[in-house]
Design a protein around this ligand. Structure first.
Ligand code: FPP
Length: 247
């Protein structure tokens, strides 16, 4: 195949390394608006996750990080919590094959110690199963909170200082980033929150220091790859200066 032909066959990827993080909000309201149980909204939300992951290479998203269960979500009913945990397990079992054929590497971030041993084993399994993939990186935050993550990282740093493996002066931003759950990921370029709420809700507090934010009224079960495409179009119009000035 000539160079010209191979260029024509490639999907254009204007921002190949883009990291987009999403606070998937509004599942409960979507279901309640229809008089349905909240879990129906979460189920529909899982379908939207599947569609978005599949669309990421076309959208130019290499890293997708999804907030699926926060450290605060334990306040919900046992039925809803158990339903969500089953959805996470089902998603992994159903999508493992496709993730491998599409080159998706999946990781789970958050504190796993409170999760059921079977679910933890499934997370370990999918991380190993997909570890050789590098076309796209899917990270799912489960029992995740930004403050909790920073606290755990600081505790680990303190342990290393106490053991003499580190000096206090060696603790830089870069070093601390390496102790976070997201150590293998670049910082997010863009954080999207659905459902019209305009809060950060403890998501990627350290990592999103310079991220752009987009808040959309769309409820997560109505969020399609096309919605993301429009958001990315708007994102590309923005100018990111990282605290500097326009040259
Ligand atoms: C927030 O909406 C959503 C959640 C707490 C759960 C997100 C989970 C999914 C989308 C399911 C599948 C995920 C994966 C990764 C397979 P909400 O219930 O708080 O909505 P509300 O504010 O309208 O009540």
């Amino acid at each position: 195949m000539s160079l010209d032909q191979s260029a024509q066959n490639q999907t254009p990827q204007p921002l190949p390394g883009l990291h987009v993080a999403v606070i998937m909000d509004g599942n409960g309201r979507w279901a309640q608006n229809r008089g349905w149980p909240r879990l129906v909204g979460h189920r529909k939300g899982a379908e939207r996750v599947r569609e978005l992951v599949n669309a990421c290479p076309d959208l130019g998203i290499r890293y997708l990080t999804l907030y699926a269960f926060s450290t605060e979500n334990w306040k919900r009913s046992t039925e809803e919590i158990m339903g969500l945990m089953s959805l996470f397990a089902r998603y992994i079992k159903r999508e493992a094959g496709r993730m491998n054929s599409e080159g998706v590497r999946m990781r789970v971030i958050g504190d796993r110690s409170r999760l059921a041993p079977k679910l933890r084993a499934l997370f370990d399994w999918i991380e190993t199963e997909t570890e050789a993939n590098d076309r796209m990186f899917l990270t799912v935050a489960i029992n995740y909170g930004g403050r909790d993550e920073i606290r755990r990282a600081v505790q680990a740093v303190a342990r290393d200082v106490a053991s003499g493996a580190l000096t206090p002066d060696a603790v830089s931003d870069t070093l601390l980033s390496g102790y976070l759950d997201t150590s293998a990921l670049p910082d997010p370029d863009l954080v999207v929150r659905t459902s019209g709420e305009t809060r950060v809700s403890n998501f990627l507090l350290w990592q999103a220091a310079y991220s752009e934010y987009v808040f959309t009224p769309v409820l997560w079960p109505d969020f399609s790859p096309e919605t993301m495409r429009l958001i990315l179009d708007a994102y590309r119009q923005r100018e990111r200066r990282f605290g500097g000035v326009t040259p």
